[in-house]
Design a protein around this ligand. Structure first.
Ligand code: GDP
Length: 328
């Protein structure tokens, strides 16, 4: 079994590649829930939705979120009623939020509701929320504390950031199956997700970091930072607010206590060589996922590295850059 830790955008692209090279039944994805929000009275879990949609073939690849071909009639009608419309929930997307909210109101946990929805949408991989307890990512800015979606979607991450915290996390427990999935996996792959707002909340749930340190399989992370900037979004701003440089060194630092292999972009070959001197295994490859082929190629490379089929990855010409151990 391969365990993936993921957010919703870079994470969904990476999972899209992975699902095309190994059976979905062999994949468990532990997903960030720090971005979850109540919207029009409904419980929305943006990252779980994106992962569910990508695995069911429903994700809009153009937008990178929501359901492909979705309409926004309800959004329009809510606007006419004077309700907020900054969070763009599509009509088919709303059906999932309604069902999840009903299942939660009936007493199901978020894991159970996620499993029901996955099964109804034909998802064969296992999607696990990081926790069934409510953990809320809060972004401290000069205008006050914002929820992650307020900061990111409503305000277009334009506010300077003082710090980020995960409200409720000290009392949270990992959802059922999360610790086992991490410790027993053949490999744990950390998607190219935001290290602070997507992977950060997962790592902050008590017990998860420790499970990563005890994991039987190798742990490989793909950097969402290329050069000195994220491929997209506010990862750089948030990393700096948390005292991490916006570079592959910052990503390495965020995962330092458990990381075996950092996979970074070929453009970071020089920074990779410096990191290797700090005795981390760092591999360079093409990490920008534009096409389906890019996604598959990256997933194949990372999987080969983490499951120790390094020679075949190198022999097939997937990897570029000097190997970590100086051998060819
Ligand atoms: P969120 O929940 O929407 O924030 O999604 P994620 O945390 O999963 O993904 C956001 C991160 O993905 C950003 O930091 C981007 O830099 C990164 N990202 C997006 N597309 C790519 C890509 O094609 N390659 C790499 N390496 N990173 C990407």
């Amino acid at each position: 079994m391969i365990c993936v830790l993921s957010g919703g955008t870079g994470g969904a692209k990476f999972v899209d590649g992975l699902r095309q090279i190994i059976p979905a039944e062999d994949i468990t994805i532990v997903v960030n829930t720090g971005d979850d929000l109540m919207w029009w009275g409904l419980y929305v879990s943006p990252d779980i939705d994106s992962i569910t949609y990508v695995l069911s073939g429903m994700l809009s690849r153009e937008r990178g979120w929501g359901v492909k071909g979705d309409t926004f009639l309800c959004l329009q009608a809510m606007g006419q009623l004077g309700e907020p419309t900054w969070f763009h929930a599509g009509d088919r997307d709303l059906a999932v939020h309604i069902l999840r909210s009903r299942l939660l109101a009936e007493g199901k946990t978020l894991s159970e509701a996620t499993a029901v929805i996955s099964q109804k949408l034909g998802v064969k991989a296992r999607i696990l929320p990081m926790s069934d307890s409510r953990v809320e990512t809060r972004v401290d800015t000069p205008i006050g504390e914002l929820s992650f979606e307020e900061y990111f979607v409503q305000r277009w991450y334009q506010d300077p950031v003082n710090s980020v915290r995960f409200a409720g996390v000290s009392d949270a427990e990992p959802a059922d199956g999360v610790l086992d999935a991490i410790t027993k996996a053949d490999a744990v792959l950390i998607a190219p997700s935001n290290p602070v707002s997507s992977i950060g909340p997962i790592l902050a749930v008590p017990g998860i970091r420790d499970a990563l340190c005890r994991a039987r399989g190798k742990i490989a992370a793909v950097s969402p930072i290329v050069g000195s900037a994220p491929v997209a979004g506010p990862a750089g701003i948030l990393m700096q607010a948390q005292g991490l440089p916006c570079s592959i060194a910052g990503v390495a630092k965020a995962y330092a206590d458990f990381l075996d292999i950092l996979v970074c972009d070929s453009r970071d070959a020089r920074a990779a060589a410096e990191l290797r001197q700090a005795s981390l295994r760092v591999e360079c490859t093409q990490t920008i996922m534009r096409s389906s082929e890019d996604k598959v190629a990256l997933a194949r490379t990372v999987l080969a590295l983490a499951t120790d089929t390094k020679l075949s990855a190198r022999a097939s010409g997937i990897l570029s850059g000097a190997p970590a151990d100086g051998s060819q």
